[in-house]
Design a binder for this molecule. Sequence first.
Ligand code: HSE
Length: 375
Amino acid sequence: MKVGFAGWRGMVGSVLMERMASERDFELFSSRFFSTSNRGAAAPAVPGGEARLHDAHDVSALGDCDAIVSCQGGDYTAAIHPQLRAAGWGGIWIDAASSLRMNEDAVIVLDPVNLDVIQAGLARGVRNYIGANCTVSLMLMAIHGLLKAGLVQWVSAMTYQAASGAGAQHMRELLLQMAYLSDAVRDRLADEGSAILEIDRAISQALRSDKLPREHLETALAGNLIAWIDRDLGQGVSREEWKAGAEANKILGRPAMGQPGSIIVEGICVRVGAMRCHSQGLTIKLSQDVPLAEVESLVAGANRWVQVVPNRRDETIRMLAPAQVAGRLQIPVGRLRKLAIGGEYLSAFTVGDQLLWGAAEPLRRMLRILFDRRN
Ligand code: HSE
């Protein structure tokens, strides 16, 4: 099997490369690396990798691969994928971008949750396998046990999404904003006797100042939050919020949201000043009043990565936090309790690394699934 990689140098691509190297995935197939700008330069040194970079727009070099993994972005997919298919390429396209996700001829991959949907897709000849929106993947991994048990009627997800979800430049800008704010009060902070309201006034001014770096984020994220993510779809819904219901049902192999047999996933998506972990406060309407101990055991037993955090102060602060989860594959779920609304209403809070399970990991694992199927 020959696998082509496009966009392997970007943020998601780099995380993918690191994970593949550490899981020794490259030893399973030969690899060809593509570049939009550096054709002919040295390719990354991986076992079974070709020495030189190919042009990422060379349809014949791409078409020579059995599978292509793209983390190059939606514009690249939109430009190249139709050309490849038009040229008769029958290989497997694996993509992090959202462009093809909702197409009839694409499966959204999150194999711990939907291996059956992926296998059914492969069996009927589907050739496009697309990673889900990060928030959706992380939420489904977290409540997988309840979904498997058929207990979920609807979910309201209030998200706290990290800067990484918007891109590398946004992460950098968040840090520049933090530095700008801290510079604005450096002297006052050093003086223990200075008045906190003066410090607060200076910070408020700095947050509203034209000099605050905001080229990518558009507004302050440090010391602030942004209650809208992605495009405005009209009717008060952001594209990020729409994706939750649309993608969750597709991943689970269910009818479109709103149709009989679907689950409703609704909520408000918010950007906060975390670096790379998305958090979500969930309200879940269960189909029956299941005891909390059973809920905890279903959630904990669903997959290898989910971890139930006891709903107590110390464990929550220590374990259920973006700073703890960054760079890890574990998906902690805590704050599990029945709400005063009634025994069928469950609260949960979950945190997950947006670049790992939210982006790179399902793509890496899709290659493994392909490899296993061919051998
Ligand atoms: N759209 C997500 C975000 C990241 O903006 O956080 C990618 O799924």
